[in-house]
Design a protein around this ligand. Structure first.
Ligand code: NAD
Length: 334
């Protein structure tokens, strides 16, 4: 099956393109290279351009009339930057996606798989969230994701578009062949920070927030190996019409996580076990906007996608460490 992947030069998009290929499908990448590196596109069919460029979309579909679904991952994704640049975030994520969805519908390309985020959920006492739990998107970035969910839900009611909305939990790790991974120069997320501390690029790893109402006071997340996440997309694409029929609605939201909550301290312990050495750790107050966190209830993904994660936290940590060693070769920087 041919699948249009917007944002296919990015971290998750490049790994998903690989998972599609391994399952015998053909990704067609559309990416502006706003952030994603050209090296991650490799030898795939590639259109460099913007998701809101309707003429380009028409050309892509004209040249690939057999595209059967679109995975829409292209977005601006940096939470603190979204606070500084709300116009750019709402324009690029919301307004441009609206153009993309409308043009896809015009072109009769009506199956859309959308990358949403677990950061939408309000904090719950037991931290386990189902798709029907309350939402409280804490940043402009998260609010763009919620708006896009709503746009897709409304368009799916009014038009032929059909949407599977995947709420990703916390992707970590890299491509299994170490061909792509996290490419930010200074990764701000917790595992990237740990890898930097382990490789001596920082003097210590700082736990931000140790008084949260979790079992050890540190934030809780559901870390999913990016390869498992990529496989969930393949499954959703292959079962698209079945999923929509079973959901008995023109759009459906599905959590994509492991179903296991891991605290920051637990992550540090697992990291040290895989790395084989202690990493110096400091403690600090939470940063503004830091959420306690959540982990996924995975009943719906098991039922509708017939999919579960297969790789462990340790697998993901090992893959992130290996990518840390390899990435200079591919990216040209540490
Ligand atoms: N990484 C995470 O932790 C995480 C968690 C939840 C959801 N998501 C979502 O998953 C998707 C992929 O995330 P990622 O981590 O791979 O991010 P990424 O930044 O690596 O990839 C996004 C890609 O989109 C491209 N892009 C941005 N704006 C574009 C535009 N207007 N037109 C064409 N291309 C454009 C960028 O060049 C980049 O290659 C995003 O939608 C993100 O919001 C990510």
């Amino acid at each position: 099956m041919k699948v249009l992947v917007t944002g296919g030069a990015g971290y998750i998009g490049s790994v998903t393109a690989k998972a599609l290929e391994e399952a015998g499908h053909t990704p067609v990448i559309l990416d502006s290279l706003l952030t994603g590196p050209l090296a991650f596109v490799r030898d795939r069919t590639f259109y460099e351009g913007d998701i809101a460029d309707r003429a380009l979309l028409r050309r892509v579909v004209d040249e690939h009339p057999d595209i059967e679904a679109t995975i829409h991952m292209a977005a601006r994704i940096v939470v603190p930057e979204s606070v500084e640049l709300p116009y750019e975030y709402y324009r690029d994520n919301v307004a441009k996606s609206l153009e993309l969805f409308d043009e896809l519908n015009n072109l009769g390309k009506t199956r859309v798989l959308f990358s949403s985020s677990a950061s939408l959920y309000a904090t719950k006492d037991d931290f386990e969230v189902t798709e029907d739990d309350a939402l409280d998107p804490p940043s402009p970035y998260a609010r763009t994701k919620r708006m896009m969910e709503q746009i897709l839900q409304d368009m799916a009611v009014a038009t032929d578009l059909r949407a599977i909305i995947l709420r990703y939990f916390n992707p970590i790790g890299s491509d299994p062949d170490l061909e792509s991974g996290i490419y930010a120069k200074e990764p701000s997320h917790v595992l990237g920070q740990l890898v930097m501390a382990a490789r001596g690029q920082k003097d210590a790893f700082t736990i931000t927030g140790v008084d949260h109402p979790t079992r050890d006071g540190t934030g809780i997340r559901d870390y999913i190996h990016v390869w498992d996440l990529a496989r969930a997309h393949v499954r959703a694409i292959e079962k698209f019409d079945e999923v929509i029929a079973e959901a008995a609605a023109p759009s459906v939201i599905i959590n994509v996580g492991t179903g296991e909550g891991v605290t920051v301290r637990e992550l540090v312990t697992a990291f040290q076990n895989v790395f084989g050495h202690e990493v110096p750790v400091r403690e600090a107050p939470p940063r503004p906007g830091d959420a306690v966190g959540a982990f996924a209830n995975v009943d719906r993904s098991a039922r509708l996608l017939d999919w579960r994660t297969e790789l462990s936290l340790e697998d993901a940590i090992a893959s992130a460490l290996a990518w840390g060693e390899k990435r200079r070769e591919i990216l040209g920087y540490e």
